[in-house]
Design a protein around this ligand. Structure first.
Ligand code: PPS
Ligand code: ADP
Length: 198
């Protein structure tokens, strides 16, 4: 026979909901701001806590899901919309989906926030100068040399989130600090259990 304590914890609505709630952890920010790095570290932490997680990273998406798209506003919005649809399918089936995309336009982000399941907008914020100094792919150097048109932050817009659920200032905090803030935000929203007590 199942003990009362175990039975109560099995039937506790909150813990059941937590186990199946899913969510979209949307990391938006400039190239080089730290989206992919934070996504990878966050994913590891969530997997260690036995949570179901997927990463949808802009680079991978552009290779496999949106190979034909460029960087016009229309193409970027379509790209973001596509990823929003995929993320929503996963999220509503109980997966935590970490999205790492520049997603520079506010309107489409707000649209996803309003229409998808458990959307959490996280602004990965680093000054342009810091991103340019990091330049992990050498793209800022190319844009600075005039070899790349429409590069976000330099000669293409990035509309900062006005009411993000969280801002990670990656020039001032460590990767671990950013991950910890995100975990706390997800926990506050009851999308994951409190990992401190695991
Ligand atoms: N013109 C231009 N502007 C910005 N970024 C550019 C551009 N051309 C190529 N790249 C590289 O494309 C990577 C993926 O971009 P995203 O799909 O996240 O962009 S978007 O959300 O569709 O705007 C993006 O990845 P991250 O550097 O990881 O952000 C860039 O490396
Ligand atoms: N606090 C931080 N958070 C995230 N990345 C950082 C941080 N400090 C330095 N970095 C470095 O900045 C670079 C960010 O690159 P990346 O994660 O690919 O950015 P993005 O995906 O936004 O283009 C990496 O080389 C990473 O190691």
């Amino acid at each position: 026979m199942v003990s009362t304590q175990v039975f109560n914890s099995m039937t506790d609505e909150k813990s059941i909901n937590r186990a199946i709630s899913g969510g979209i952890i949307w990391l938006t920010g400039l190239s080089g701001s730290g989206k992919s790095t934070i996504a990878t570290h966050l994913c590891k932490t969530l997997i260690q806590a036995n949570l179901k997680v997927e990463i949808l990273d802009g680079d991978q998406i552009r290779t496999w899901l949106s190979p034909g798209l460029g960087f016009t506003k229309a193409d970027r919005d379509l790209n973001v919309q596509r990823v929003g649809i995929v993320a929503n399918l996963l999220s509503r089936n109980g997966i935590l989906v970490i999205v790492a995309m520049i997603s520079p336009y506010r309107a489409i982000r707000n649209h996803l926030k309003a229409t998808t399941h458990n959307f959490v907008e996280i602004f990965i914020n680093a000054p342009l100068e810091v991103c340019e100094m990091r330049d992990p792919k050498g793209l800022y150097a190319q844009a600075r040399a005039g070899d790349m048109q429409g590069f976000t932050g330099m000669n293409d817009p990035y509309e900062i989130p006005l009411q993000p659920d969280l801002i990670c200032h990656t020039a001032d905090e460590t990767i671990a600090e950013s991950v910890s803030k995100i975990i706390q935000t997800l926990s506050d929203r009851s999308l994951i259990p409190n990992l401190d007590h695991q």
